[in-house]
Design a protein around this ligand. Structure first.
Ligand SMILES: [Zn+2]
Length: 107
């Protein structure tokens, strides 16, 4: 590199970088379900662990099977029973499932 080039490089103004636009802090929007779950949590302050509606839906088949077999479902899955007691949506889901199971005893 010739000394002249070196000097020119030093003197050349650096390309101006556009300042990044100030980013608004992205606030994750809480789905209504989470808010409902939070509301439920407040209604049951004594319960440490709680199932979310999604968890309940995932376990509902199992729970309904236990009920159908005439076993003590609330004892087997107390958290699920607790949720059903508090959550009309899941309770409705569960009752619909039970209707199906009772209508098809062989299934
Ligand atoms: Zn629920």
């Amino acid at each position: 590199m010739k000394p002249h080039d070196f000097l020119m490089r030093l003197l050349r103004p650096k390309p101006q970088r556009q300042p990044e636009p100030a980013r608004l802090p992205t606030r994750p929007t809480r789905p209504a379900k989470t808010l409902a779950a939070a509301a439920l949590r407040m209604l049951a302050p004594t319960q440490d662990v709680e199932l979310a509606c999604d968890d309940v839906h995932a376990l509902l088949d199992q729970f309904a099977e236990v009920v159908k077999r005439g076993e003590d479902a609330p004892k087997a899955m107390p958290l699920l029973q607790l949720h059903l007691d508090m959550c009309p949506d899941c309770r409705e889901e569960f009752e619909a499932l039970m209707r199906v199971l009772r209508a098809n005893p062989a299934a």
